[in-house]
Design a protein around this ligand. Structure first.
Ligand code: TXA
Ligand code: MG
Length: 326
């Protein structure tokens, strides 16, 4: 059994001790909970892949406490990186930069680049400052599963596989960080997040190319794989206006249906989770809702298609990845 502890000073000290021993500590960030290990230790980082069941060629994000640490990991810190860091860190933004030779290959999945970010969460920052070095951390879920946004989700995923879970309450943002690749000739958006493409473009004063996330078997970012962030229950996106018909048809087939709605109103005995109508609040509750529906032993989870506008971009990206072929 893994212990989950309220993240007070004693718990942070314990976590630092474990990290120094090459062990694994789950901790909150503003996006999702991370599964952390000492990023300077190849052996420690290997433990992350074992616990998650994640292929070793999938690179990890190194979390740091201060921009002054960028040069410990990145070979070259372009001026664009400094501008983005200044504007958005601490915050839900990951920068991909050319790595220093000393950065363990285990961290970068064998690539010559490294992902870096300063998370905007008080527990994460206290842990990073107390530890001193970089903490490599993917989302604290088993490979291909829904990311955890509460300490209890981590326990559901990784009980017995992680040495300590720091409880810092529910995550504020709820979807993973925006990833920008600055290692090439022009900046690329590898994963949409709550910091939008337009906000990044405004700081960079240039256009950002978004790497298409579908039909891509050998992605630069594992988050780009089509099946990711998925509940075990078959999940399908459905436009609001088709929900009534779809629900009727599925009910006629004797299917047990769950619905993740944001606007739709339906009075039946069906399991319904209603999420808020603003993108920000919807994102915050999304993964907990998918987890809750996944627990109900349903035949299918229907997700009411949210709007396709910019502020819903990261949410739609994750929903498309959660939705299975139907
Ligand atoms: O919000 C987040 O980013 C959370 C919290 C814990 O910080 N972390 C997270 O980690 O989502 P993970 O491992 O689930 O997703 C990290 C993504 C992957 O898609 C990975 O491929 C990409 O970052 N990534 C990391 N290093 C990379 C690199 N050098 N080149 C390209 N992609 C990279
Ligand atoms: Mg993940």
């Amino acid at each position: 059994m893994t212990e989950t502890v309220f993240a007070d000073d004693a718990a942070i000290a314990k976590a630092v001790e474990l990290l120094n021993q090459g062990r694994l500590v789950a901790f909150p960030t503003e996006t999702v909970y991370g599964l952390g290990a000492d990023a300077g230790s190849a052996e420690a980082v290997t433990g992350i892949f074992k616990a998650k069941g994640r292929p070793v060629d999938h690179p990890l994000i190194v979390h740091i406490a201060s921009s002054t640490q960028l040069s410990d990991w990145a070979n070259m810190v372009p001026e664009t990186a400094q501008r983005l860091a200044k504007r958005f860190w601490p915050g839900p933004l990951t920068l991909i930069l050319k790595k220093r030779p000393e950065v363990p290959n285990e961290v970068t999945g064998g690539q010559d680049t490294v992902g870096l970010r300063i998370p905007d969460n008080p527990v994460a920052l206290r842990l990073l400052r107390a530890f001193g070095g970089g903490i490599a951390a993917p989302s604290a879920n088993r490979f291909k599963r829904v990311s955890p946004t509460q300490a209890s989700h981590v326990a559901e995923e990784l009980d017995g596989l992680v040495d300590l879970i720091l409880d810092g309450g529910p995550c504020r943002v709820g979807v993973e960080s925006t990833i920008i690749d600055l290692s090439g000739a022009s900046p690329l958006l590898l994963r949409p997040g709550s910091i939008s493409k337009a906000e990044i473009e405004q700081v960079l004063q240039c256009e950002l190319t978004e790497i298409s996330t579908t039909n891509n078997d050998t992605p630069r970012a594992p988050g780009q794989m089509a099946v990711h962030y998925a509940p075990s229950t078959p999940t399908r996106l459905c436009p609001s206006e088709q929900l009534n018909d779809t629900i009727r048809q599925l009910a006629e087939q004797g299917k047990k249906i769950g619905l993740l709605a944001y606007r739709f109103e339906w009075n039946s005995s069906m399991t319904i989770i209603q999420l808020p109508e603003t993108a920000e609040a919807y994102a915050q509750g999304l993964y907990a809702a998918l987890r809750e529906l996944d627990r109900q032993r349903l035949d299918i989870i229907l997700v009411e298609q949210p709007p396709e506008s910019n502020e819903w971009h990261a949410i739609n990206d994750r929903l498309k990845k959660a939705a299975t072929a139907f």
